[in-house]
Design a protein around this ligand. Structure first.
Ligand code: GLA
Length: 388
């Protein structure tokens, strides 16, 4: 991979002297969806697929960005002093936002850089290609300019850049999972205070299978912000009844006792998802620690039902993938993962049933939805690294 990146770099910018190559993973969330901006728990892990960057300082005042995945867009450039969001800068807005925020945070980035990116995360799959390139850019700049910033700080900065520069009001999960990834472990993160714990994912004879719906996202991001506001409005009303800082602070019983103050039926369902999903995540991690993968899988299924019925972020594509998966022998659990409205599902499938899983779910999906889904058997990998 390093060779491939260096070759591309040479072709685009000329020379490979002082060029270094870095990697940051993608992520999949096992359970705890739409809880991270509600002060709840999440349980994601980093993947061995992700984004690569070949980069070096260029002695100019300009940063240049090129992606092998978007060859047709050529080199996109921006002055270090003029890192502002422009729609026509397309994907390059992500690294630009990071550099802008690093500079604003006082990091000594005093000359431009040249970048060649390449990602092997399937396109708009919901496996966080955007958070991956964000964390990768911050890590690359840190290594090239030699400033200190730990991975939790990098995750926070990357989230800030996504919120303020890109305008997506996301939580911290994706950036945190990517920056803090650890091989064969998922991260049990409490987003209320960023305390976390690694939990080994020992699935014995089972595999993690991702099914990508290939549904184009479209309105997804605006719906995401809409869900977030609905939760905030519900919280404000609940706070008139009980002193809580987030929906994640409530148990199911506490919620049931005061939920009527929300008044609006839709917002009650949104808040109910956030509260129950958080508790489900805590229970799921307990089950996993006790080696009870069956219970873990069952909680994954419940998570999907709640995202489908209460949070309403699934849609025909994700529902077809998941509901078909539930019927296939050897499936321990299956649910949508990520923001929803398209993107992927994650399933835990017994190893000797993976082929029949892919065949059955793939066929049903194509017949019902009209186009194919893609399947990936994935491994849990480490966080960012330099390729030496
Ligand atoms: C997206 C956001 C995350 C999180 C998930 C839903 O991936 O970036 O912060 O909210 O959706 O769980």
């Amino acid at each position: 991979m390093k060779e491939k990146l260096l070759q591309e770099f040479e072709r685009i910018y000329g020379g490979t002297e002082d060029v270094r190559v870095f990697f940051a993973p993608g992520r999949v969330n096992l359970i705890g969806e739409h809880t991270d901006y509600n002060g709840g728990h999440v349980f994601p892990c980093a993947l061995t697929i992700g984004t690569y960057a070949a980069a070096r300082k260029n002695g100019m005042n300009t940063c240049r960005f090129y992606s092998v995945n978007f060859e047709h867009l050529g080199i996109i450039a921006a002055d270090l002093e003029e890192l502002v969001y422009h729609k026509e800068n397309n994907w390059a807005n992500y690294p630009m936002g990071i550099l802008k925020h690093l500079k604003d945070a006082g990091m000594p980035i005093d000359e431009g850089m040249d970048f060649v990116f390449f990602g092997n995360i399937p396109n708009s799959s919901g496996l966080s290609s955007s958070a991956s390139i964000e964390v990768l850019t911050a890590f690359t700049a840190r290594e090239l300019f030699g400033f200190s910033m730990d991975f939790v700080e990098i995750a926070k900065l990357a989230q800030r850049a996504e919120n303020q520069f890109i305008g997506v009001n996301c939580g911290i999960m994706d950036q945190f999972a990517i920056a803090m990834g650890k091989k064969d472990n998922a991260i049990f993160l409490d987003t209320a205070d960023l305390s976390y714990e690694y939990a080994p994912i020992v699935l014995k004879d089972a595999k993690i299978v991702i099914a990508c719906s290939n549904k184009k996202r479209g309105l997804g991001d605006s719906k995401y912000n809409e869900r977030r506001s609905e939760c905030e409005e519900a919280l404000a009303l609940l706070q008139t009844k009980k002193e809580i800082s987030s929906l994640g602070a409530l148990t199911e019983a506490e919620f049931e006792e005061i939920k009527d103050v929300i008044g609006d039926e839709v917002k009650i369902r949104r808040a109910r998802h956030a509260v129950y999903e958080n508790q489900r995540t805590i229970k799921a991690v307990e089950a996993l620690k006790a080696n009870d993968i069956e219970t873990f899988g069952k909680l994954m299924n419940d998570s999907h039902v709640s995202l489908r019925d209460d949070y309403e972020v699934t849609g025909a594509e994700l529902d077809t993938l998941v509901e078909t998966a539930w019927e296939v022998p050897g499936v321990v659990g299956s649910r949508m993962t990520g923001a929803g409205f398209g993107g992927c599902t994650v399933s835990i499938v017994k190893e000797d049933c993976v082929d029949s899983f892919i065949q059955t779910v793939g066929e049903t999906y194509k017949n019902k939805i009209g186009y194919a889904a893609d399947f990936y058997v994935v491994d849990i990998g480490d966080g960012p690294a330099e390729l030496l």
